[in-house]
Write a protein that binds this ligand. Structure first.
Ligand SMILES: Cc1cc2nc3c(=O)[nH]c(=O)nc-3n(C[C@H](O)[C@H](O)[C@H](O)COP(=O)(O)O)c2cc1C
Length: 175
């Protein structure tokens, strides 16, 4: 199972669309993670423990053969929604990211296709010691114009890059 982690909560998010294409190209079953979690709060954790949604997310990561994360670029960095989820999962028992094959990508409005967001996400993932793919970089610029009505990527080069990235992720998962 491929776990898709969108860093945007928006139903129509381009990062969700990119992950749907990633899952199609990866092949086989996939799941989309729900990052609608409370903001990390040590008092909440002390009073109620790890929220159910965080436990679910941690279990999904642990069970996945591979994970694809797509983050929007917010002011040149990863989304707060995604960072919040990473912080919560780090508080859950076990180390679900450890050794997990992970591909990072971004769809953004700007011309850099979220390059800075993916770098900051790469840094944010470092403490968890996943097996992060190093390339090819999937950076979708002017992302709202890159999908047709069926949610398919229209740009041949973007499709080729994503196909290669998913082949590499699958090979990592099978290794
Ligand atoms: C708070 C905020 C900051 C943003 N900063 C950037 C940015 O630094 N670079 C960029 O390319 N786009 C930026 N954008 C535009 C997003 O790339 C665009 O809204 C994108 O569609 C968000 O992804 P989503 O459709 O998956 O929600 C920003 C949008 C918001 C709301």
């Amino acid at each position: 199972m491929l776990l898709c982690v969108p860093g945007s909560l928006r139903a129509g998010a381009v990062n969700r669309k990119l992950l749907a294409e990633a899952a199609r190209l990866y092949g086989g079953p996939s799941q989309v993670a729900d990052l609608r979690l409370p903001l990390y709060d040590g008092d909440l954790e002390d009073a109620e423990g790890i929220p159910e949604g965080v436990q679910t997310l941690a279990a999904q990561i642990a069970a996945a053969e591979a994970v694809a994360i797509s983050t929007p670029e917010y002011n040149q960095a990863l989304s707060g929604v995604l960072k919040n989820a990473l912080d919560w999962v780090s508080r859950a028992p076990g180390a679900p990211w450890r050794g997990k094959p992970v591909a990072i990508m971004s769809a953004a409005a700007g011309r850099s296709g979220g390059a800075r967001a993916t770098y900051s996400l790469r840094l944010a993932m470092t403490p968890f010691r996943p097996r992060l793919s190093t390339g090819p970089e999937v950076l979708l610029a002017a992302a709202s114009r890159q999908f047709d009505e069926d949610g398919r990527l229209t740009d041949a080069r973007a499709l080729k890059t994503l196909t290669e990235a998913m082949e590499i992720l699958r090979a990592e998962a099978d290794a």
